[in-house]
Design a protein around this ligand. Structure first.
Ligand code: NBP
Length: 482
């Protein structure tokens, strides 16, 4: 029997995506580097399905309908290149290779180009939602060679998660590395959302002395309003979860957070592009700080500051303010993520569909939330929206949260509880809305010590140098690098 698609990589993601495709009526041919896993899969998880197997690259390619569609779900990096090279001798022009792993977008840009030269259509697709998403509906973010899209669209849009209005959480993202780029930003935003929620948890726990049950109840309430999202929902469930001895399990977990690198990629990329994606940056640094456990333990007995200071006031009102602050900071994080995607689109010539991206994240993935529907509306109303914060819905939402946002950060500082993500969001917001920032002084300093020149407010574009000390020269540096 000829299969509709081949899938290589029989670990958790690959197996579940195959079963998902099978459920939607597609015949899948499974293959894996360790070939014995193919038969094991067919005899166990895939037993009773239409899934077929292959035991070599050649056999896989021989069993596929043309143009062949082969999806890789293997470890990102050299494994992807190794499989592409092994497949090439068995492919024809117009066949399609899809990489569904967490590949870094520059690799997808390179692979699209290299394969296009050989007549093969490459797609690099973000896949989000973990094991559960892969099995029952992931968020899919495909980019690459646009000629491949009509061929894979029916499969991708059938297996993808569906938004509450039934729309598939999958659409074409853009050329070459755009799919993996958008997935990278998604992961960065996920880091930010998790950090924001964790900061709230620490204030509730340390500053308000709430019980785990009480904290879970607050998250449960929030999940019914503006903050309705998967991460708020699982936070509620985690806070409720008791260990065998009746204690909340989360209170026993070592407070050092791991990372696989996609948040770091986003932060590095934002620095390279000169876009202030400060909240994701803080989220990554917060994980770094968390992992310095031994140093933090020593610092806790050496460094001065408020300790065990409890919130004195109306707890109910403060909890409401915390929810508003979290919402406002989250808006800033998504605005920053969209600013980064806008710049990357400009740099690479991608035609990103901003409303479509919000829809792709609306269901199936870790950052899914009701709030993404509002982002989709904002970009649907105005596709060339300069900044998400300028949309009237988000402008009003951040305006309404002002007092609460500032109160939360002020109170936390008084109690000595860190809020790096909330604070950086507010600092970014205040920076963005300042027509004048103190960069004039920085420019003067640069000109003072390095003759880097400056521009005048009244005459931008013209670079001037001042001999600030009277004994420096009048010659300026040849490079003016803002
Ligand atoms: P893993 O990331 O654990 O990869 C396992 C697969 O990669 C196996 O099929 C393995 O073959 C193959 N592989 C390895 Br490892 N090294 C290889 C090499 N040098 N050459 C060829 N094949 C090699 O599996 P996963 O967790 O299912 O993830 C698959 C991809 O999807 C990854 O890129 C991951 O980052 C991404 N992803 C994962 C999740 C998630 O929640 N797990 C979510 C979204 C995306 P073998 O059986 O012969 O060892």
């Amino acid at each position: 029997m000829s299969a509709d698609i081949g899938l290589i990589g029989l670990a958790v993601m690959g197996q579940n995506l195959i079963l998902n495709m099978n459920d939607h009526g597609f015949v899948v041919c499974a293959y894996n580097r360790t070939v014995s896993k193919v038969d094991r899969f067919l005899e166990n998880e895939a037993k009773g399905t239409k899934v077929i197997g292959a035991h070599s690259d050649e056999e896989l390619c021989a069993k596929l309908k043309k143009p062949r569609k082969i999806m890789l779900l293997v470890k990102a990096g050299s494994a992807v290149d190794a499989f592409i090279n092994n497949l090439l001798p068995h492919l024809d022009k117009g066949d399609i290779i899809i990489d569904g792993g967490n590949s870094h977008f520059p690799d997808s840009i390179r692979r699209t180009k290299e394969l296009e030269e050989k007549g093969i259509l490459f797609v690099g697709t973000g896949v989000s939602g973990g094991e559960e998403g892969a099995r029952h509906g992931p968020s899919l973010m495909p980019g690459g060679n646009p000629l491949a899209w009509p061929h894979i669209k029916p499969i991708f849009q059938s297996i993808a998660a569906k938004a509450p209005d039934g729309a598939p959480c999958c659409d074409w993202v853009g050329e070459n590395g755009a799919g993996h780029y958008v997935k990278m930003v998604h992961n960065g935003i996920e880091y930010g959302d998790m950090q924001l929620i964790s900061e709230i948890y620490q204030i509730m726990n340390e500053g308000l002395d709430l019980t785990y049950e009480e904290m879970a109840n607050v998250f449960d309430e929030w999940n019914k309003g503006d903050l309705d999202s998967y991460l708020i929902e699982i936070t509620r469930d985690i806070l409720k979860f008791k260990d065998k001895d009746g204690q909340p399990l989360v209170s026993k977990i070592l407070d050092t957070a791991g990372q696989k690198g996609t948040g770091k990629w986003t932060a590095i990329d934002s620095l390279d592009r000169g876009i202030p994606v400060t909240l994701i940056g803080e989220a990554v640094y917060s994980r770094c700080l968390s992992s310095l456990k031994e140093e933090r333990t020593r610092a806790s007995s050496v460094l001065d500051g408020p300790k065990n200071v409890k919130f004195q006031g109306d707890k109910k009102k403060f909890l409401d303010q915390m929810g508003q602050a979290l919402y406002a900071a989250k808006i800033v994080s998504y605005a920053q993520g969209y600013m980064l995607m806008r710049q990357a689109a400009k740099d690479y010539g991608w035609h990103l569909n901003n409303a479509g991206i919000a829809l792709m994240w609306r269901g199936g993935c870790i950052i899914r939330s009701a709030f993404l529907g509002k982002i989709r509306d904002a970009y649907t109303n105005k596709p060339d929206l300069e900044n998400l914060l300028f949309d009237s819905f988000f402008q009003k939402a951040t305006s309404k949260a002002q007092h609460a946002w500032r109160t939360l950060i002020g109170q936390a500082a008084i109690m000595g509880i860190p809020t790096p993500a909330h604070a950086t969001a507010l600092n970014f917001y205040d920076g963005l809305r300042h027509q004048l920032l103190p960069a004039n002084l920085i420019q003067a300093q640069r000109d003072y010590f390095g003759a880097h020149t400056y521009e005048l407010l009244t005459n931008p574009g013209q670079h001037v140098h001042t001999n600030w000390t009277g004994h420096g020269g009048d010659v300026s540096a040849s490079t003016y690098d803002v």
